[in-house]
Design a protein around this ligand. Structure first.
Ligand code: SF4
Ligand SMILES: [Zn+2]
Ligand SMILES: [Zn+2]
Length: 389
């Protein structure tokens, strides 16, 4: 492309919404008003999918008036690097406090995928002084998984942090691509339930107090939109940034829920975190992306609408759905693995049996039966964590 123009003009010609990308030159972020010369080489790194539109940014930091490196339309503000890092940490600290997510001595298991959100989360929790161990789940998705695992390992080494590596194929005999071709569930559905199951199970087995995931504001808003369009009130009731522990279910928290996908991408970049930029190659079937795309279109015309939708739900509407959780029946132990479930076998054991072509039955081995019977039966489902708001 011809240079001698602002980033804003270049993006307009490419019909790219500036809110959905980071523009990088020589390992520095460019704001929309910076000029790009003819011979310059820039990277336009996607942070979210879809969208269009632009608006005039402020070019100096809102806090200290130094030159800004990132503008956030939602906050009608721009920040320099140190002030943006502070803004990011402040949002995480506020999320943790608002929802009683973590105690200073908690042993936290961070679900790490190798992407920007989970590594940004792990980084910020370590910086805030939490005892945060990473867990990487090898999904067996070819080069994507190899690179993700490598990135997670390197991050742990650089930060001298502990990392647990669980491999789905080695430990459970199947991988996610094969799960998509066998059985009745979609690839992303088996992937999602495997992650939920294994992070919970590993956290229990290793004595962690809480599992933290890198779900950001865009993820939560898209999920809420999907749940609302179908009025899945039971799911809406559980869509909360902190779910308390019950027997068999470890506490789960989402400390990045106040931060957009673009903010987590910018934080990861500015902290020098090497993360996997490419999306999972199996993402095409993921319906959540369509909801993100729709919300990005709305956001382009009305900056802040996404945050108003999700954070407004937490403030004004979430409590109205709590009865759905309270009214739910007790959980029982899965007859195969002992993990909490509402039926005889848990979703993970059912999905795994389908993929492996096994028939599920009560354990024939009497020793195993005895061990399973001795597992503590969970007495309920996740409830709402306390809120100091
Ligand atoms: S896109 Fe689907 S298959 Fe890929 S990691 Fe996400 S949930 Fe799993
Ligand atoms: Zn500043
Ligand atoms: Zn099970």
């Amino acid at each position: 492309m011809t240079g001698g123009r602002t980033v804003k003009d270049l993006l307009a010609e490419l019909a790219i919404d500036p809110e959905t990308v980071l523009v990088i030159k020589d390992r520095t972020l460019l704001t929309r008003q910076e000029r790009v010369e003819d011979d310059a080489s820039i990277e336009i790194r996607p942070v979210i999918s879809g969208g269009a539109g632009a608006r005039r940014p402020r070019m100096t930091c809102r806090r200290c008036r130094r030159p800004a490196v990132i503008e956030l339309r939602r906050h009608n503000a721009a920040f320099c690097q140190p002030c943006f890092t502070k803004h990011f940490r402040d949002q995480v600290t506020r999320a943790i406090k608002d929802f009683d997510m973590l105690e200073p001595d908690d042993r936290v298991l961070v679900a790490v995928s190798g992407g920007k959100d989970s590594l940004a989360l792990w980084d910020v929790l370590l910086d805030l002084g939490y005892h945060a161990t990473g867990m990487y789940l090898g999904l067996g998705i070819g080069e994507y998984s190899d690179r993700s695992g490598e990135v997670a390992r390197r991050f742990a080494e650089e930060r001298s942090a502990d990392l647990l590596h669980i491999d789905l194929r080695n430990e459970y005999g199947f991988d996610i691509p094969s799960a998509g071709t066998k059985g009745s569930r979609s690839t992303c559905s088996v992937c999602g339930l495997s992650k939920r199951y294994l992070f919970n199970r590993v956290a229990l087995d290793h004595g962690f107090d809480v599992v933290a995931t890198g779900h950001n504001l865009d993820d939560e808003a898209a999920t809420l939109l999907g749940n609302t369009l179908r009025w899945q009130t039971e799911y809406i009731a559980r869509q909360f940034p902190a779910l308390t522990a019950k027997e068999g279910l470890v506490k789960k928290v989402k400390p990045l829920h106040r931060l957009s996908e673009r903010e987590t991408a910018a934080y990861a970049f500015l902290q020098g975190i090497d993360y996997v930029v490419e999306e999972c190659p199996l993402v095409a079937g993921n319906t959540q992306l369509r909801y993100k795309d729709t919300l990005n279109h709305l956001e382009a015309g009305s900056p802040g609408i996404k945050a108003a939708f999700y954070l407004g739900f937490l403030d004004s509407a979430a409590d109205r759905f709590r009865d759905e959780v309270a009214g739910e029946g007790d959980l029982v132990a899965c007859s195969r693995c002992g993990q909490p479930t509402t039926g005889r076998f848990c979703a993970f054991c059912r999905a795994r049996a389908q993929v492996l072509g096994e028939r599920l039955a009560w354990p024939a081995d009497s020793q195993l039966s005895r061990e399973l019977a001795e597992e503590v039966l969970p007495v309920g489902v996740y409830g709402e964590a306390g809120r100091n708001r």
